[in-house]
Ligand binder design. Structure first.
Ligand code: DAT
Ligand code: MG
Length: 151
């Protein structure tokens, strides 16, 4: 039950603005477990697949161009209800509707420069993790302080 996983990626603007550590820190401090992470310039084909549900939106091509414009820091985080909690920690898609205290609510302004991605559902997370990571890039290990995070 604590093994749910989500895909979180610091977008090119977040990387350029030096926010990789800040975003990692928030998930770490919450108690979630990092199971994979890598810096990469994502190929367009990967981004088109990642965002395929948005293919008919007017902003789709701009979105793919933006996401391919520099390195992203892709991660997998694990823990109880991490998909839903990750979305809460990110805030709303439009940063101007994100509550202060959330990642987007604290660090960005425009929807097209919203610095971080998070999977929106458990099934989406499974699809995205399989798209971005090979099985052998995911680390299976236990936190020594597990019993101090979970009752
Ligand atoms: P989220 O990233 O919160 O899951 P989404 O999946 O609906 O949001 O959209 C993916 C990304 O596309 C989003 O992070 C930023 C961009 N986007 C969404 N809606 C947009 C819009 N109306 N105008 C420009 N970019 C948009
Ligand atoms: Mg989404």
């Amino acid at each position: 039950a604590n093994a749910e996983r989500t895909f979180i990626a610091v977008k090119p603007d977040g990387v350029q603005r030096g926010l990789v550590g800040e975003i990692i820190k928030r998930f770490e401090q919450r108690g979630y477990k990092l199971v994979a992470g890598k810096l990469m310039v994502a190929p367009k084909a990967l981004l088109e697949n990642h965002y395929k549900d948005l293919a008919d939106k007017p902003f789709y091509s701009g979105l793919v161009t933006y996401m391919a414009s520099g390195p992203v820091f892709a991660m997998v985080w694990e823990g109880k209800e991490v998909v839903k909690m990750g979305r809460k920690m990110l805030g709303a898609t439009n940063p101007r509707e994100s509550a202060p205290g959330t990642i987007r609510g604290d660090y960005c302004i425009d929807v097209g420069r919203n610095i971080c991605h998070g999977s929106d559902a458990v099934e989406t997370a499974q699809r995205e993790i399989a798209l971005w990571f090979k099985d052998d890039e995911l680390c299976d290990y236990e936190f020594a302080d597990k019993k101090w995070v979970y009752e």
